[in-house]
Ligand binder design. Structure first.
Ligand code: MG
Length: 307
């Protein structure tokens, strides 16, 4: 099943979609006589209960929102495809790794992005022109956690995956390099486009999800999850070894070769560029780089991440 969210006159609503991502129906909470608004409200339900939820027609299409906003930061894995680890090492932008040899990490490289950096499909990516001249894209598969888990083993890890979505791990390469830790360069407002929907885990073979990223219709990244250095069970095992995972947690699993700094000279994003991340069964996440930065608080970001 596929679930999406949008912002309507009634606020954020969750919708169920047809197999091809069309024909949204608002999911209606009969008990409380209101639309469901957060994916976390559905995550504890069985597949049968999900299928039986009451629905209402969509009277007017709302603004698309990210399908899920976790209650805390988005967890991310860096350098998790060998070809990308090599291009990143060559680029000279990785302050944590300067040798150019031994590009493959021994253990998963984990960082986070604030939930407030999440935006929805179609929202503009703020170019932050005053802060960065090295704006880059990273198409990734995101996973959504189903239930609380601590010390989850590889063998049981897939029981903790509720669904999958697409993430663009937008990055300011110069900030990522100059501030040594990656957090700031990964966390500017609007730097976490997510969507367009979450598909439930029963409909996805996680070992072979194809993943492509296009910039202005030019194919830049083309890979699949069989090429992950640390696969999804390994990522879940690592994260939960000393930290309890929660329903609705989101994990971005890493990006393959073909980011802007992988090219010589680098091909950074510019205002007006369109970035599309696609994957088999997960739809297409489309965002455009804005022409300038908003003068104040990001209204689109507030709506995009609206709880
Ligand atoms: Mg990434």
């Amino acid at each position: 099943m596929r679930f999406t969210r949008s912002h309507t006159a009634d606020g954020p609503v969750l919708c169920r979609l047809d197999q091809d991502g069309s024909a949204p129906r608002i999911l209606w909470d009969e008990k409380n006589q209101r639309p469901y608004a957060r994916l976390q409200e559905l995550i504890g339900l069985s597949r049968d209960e999900l299928a039986r939820l009451a629905t209402r027609p969509v009277s007017a299409p709302g603004k698309p929102l990210a399908p899920v906003v976790p209650d805390r930061n988005v967890f991310c894995v860096g350098r998790n495809y060998a070809d990308h680890a090599a291009e990143f090492a060559r680029s000279g932008f990785d302050a944590t790794h300067s040798s150019g040899n031994g590009d493959i990490p021994d253990k998963p490289v984990i960082f986070t992005k604030p939930a407030r950096s999440i935006i929805g499909p179609g929202d503009e990516i703020d170019p932050h022109l005053e802060l960065t001249s090295a704006l880059d894209y990273e198409g990734e598969i995101g996973i959504v956690i189903s239930k609380p888990g601590y010390r989850i083993t590889r063998k049981e890890a897939m029981d903790y995956v509720w669904g999958y979505t697409l993430i663009n791990d937008v990055t300011a390469r110069d900030l990522q390099r100059d501030h040594k830790q990656w957090f700031l360069g990964k966390s500017l407002d609007t730097f976490c486009p997510m969507g367009p929907w979450v598909v439930t885990a029963d409909e996805v073979d996680p070992s072979g999800i194809s993943l492509q990223t296009y910039v202005n219709d030019e194919l830049r990244q083309d890979s699949d999850t069989s090429r992950l250095i640390f696969d999804i069970p390994a990522i879940i095992e690592t994260l939960s070894a000393g930290m309890t995972l929660q329903p609705g947690d989101v994990i971005a699993t890493g990006t393959p070769q073909g980011v802007g700094i992988g090219f010589t000279p680098p091909r950074y994003l510019k205002p007006g560029d369109e970035v599309v991340v696609r994957a088999s069964g997960l739809g297409a996440l489309r965002n455009t780089v804005g022409l300038s930065s908003p003068a104040s608080v990001h209204d689109a970001n507030v709506a995009g991440a609206a709880q």
